[in-house]
Design a binder for this molecule. Sequence first.
Ligand code: SF4
Length: 393
Amino acid sequence: MTTTQVQEASRLEPLLASCREIIEDPDFSTAKRWLSDHPGKKAVGCFPIYCPVELIHASGMLPLGIIGAGNQIEIAHADSRFQSFVCSIVKSTLELGLTNRLEFLDGMLFHSICDPARNLSSVFQRNFPGMYIEYIHFPQNFTSPLSRGYLESEYRRVLNGLQERSGHAASVDDLNRSIALYNRIRLALRDLYQIRTESPHLISAAESFALLRAGTLMAPEDFLEILGSVLGEIPTRPARPKDRIRVVLEGSFCELPPIGLIETLEQAGCYIVEDDFLRGWRWFTEDVPISENPLASLATSYSERAYYSGTKHDSRESKSAHLLQLFKEKKADAVVFQAAKFCEPALFDYAVYRKALEGAKIPHLLLEFEEKTWSFDRARSEAETFVESLLFD
Ligand code: SF4
C-alpha cells in the first residue's frame, strides 16, 4: 500500500468513531443540532421495524430511528407501565419519553409487528397527549389481491396526518424525490453489505452496525454523504484477513443488541458476513420504482421487493428457505441466532429455523440478549467454544 493510500484510509477511523459517539448519545444531539439549523422543521420518530420514511421526508419533516436506548439510560419509570416479561426496547423507548428526551419530536410512528409494539403505541398516546402518534396497520394476507390497494390507502391516511402536522402538502414530485433519496441510501447499504460478504476483514459488523444506526439519527442527506465517504475509503484500509468462521446472524431485526456483544462475537472468531440489524432501514431488495403513483410504488414494494421477515407474516414464502439460501449465497460456515429476550417474533422464528438448520446439518448457535447487558463473558465463552468446534473439527 502506498503512503497516500495509508493517509486516505486513516480518514475512515474518525468517521466511524463519530458514528459511535452519535449512537451512544441518549439525548439525540445530532438531530437536535440539525433542527436548530433548520428553523421550522419538525422531526418524527420511527419505531422499528419498517417505517415508510419517505412519507415523513416528503412532508417536510425529519424521520429518526427511535429504537430503544441501548444501555445508555436506567429504566426508572417505564417498568411500572409494562409486565416484566416484555422486551427491553419497549421499556427503554418509553423511558426516553418519560424522561423528556423525546420532547423535541413532533410525532412517533408505530407498526403492527407484535403485541408489545401495539401496546407501546397506546401507552405513548396516553402519556404524551401533545405528540402526534400514528399506528400503521400493515397487511397480513399477501395472497389477497386487495392487500396492495389496502396498503396504498393506509399510506394515504398516514400521509394526510403527517401533512396536517407539518403544514406541507407532499406532491408527487416530493414523494418521488424522497423515494429516490432513500433508494440511494439503501443501494449504498447493499454495497456496504456486499463488501462485508466479500472482504469481511475490511469493515467489522460492529462498525457497520454503528454506521447504520447513526444514519437513523441524522438527516438522510447527511447520512448519504457519510456513506459515500466510508464506501470510498474502505477498500484502502490496511487490514489482513484472519482465520475466522463466516456466520450469518439472524434474529436482531428489532431490538438492537449491545455493540459490545457484536464485538464479542467477532473477537471470538466470527466474521459476521450477513445480519439483520436495522432491517427496516434497508427493507427493500431493490429500488422502489419512481412513478406517477408513489404511494402505490411503496405499497407494491412492501409486498414484492422486501426482505423476508418474521414480522411481515408473508405466507407466500418459506422463511427457512430464505435463510438456507442466504447461508449458501454468503458462503457461510454457520448461523448465529441472536434474539432479544422476550421477543416473540424472533423466538417463534427460531423454532422454525432450528428445524431447517438441523435438517440441512448447518451448525448454529442461539444467543439471547437484552439491551442493558454489560457483561459478555458467557456469550464469549459460548461463541469461542462454538468457533473452536468448527475450526478444529
Ligand atoms: S423486540 Fe420483538 S417483541 Fe419487542 S417490540 Fe420488537 S418485535 Fe416486538
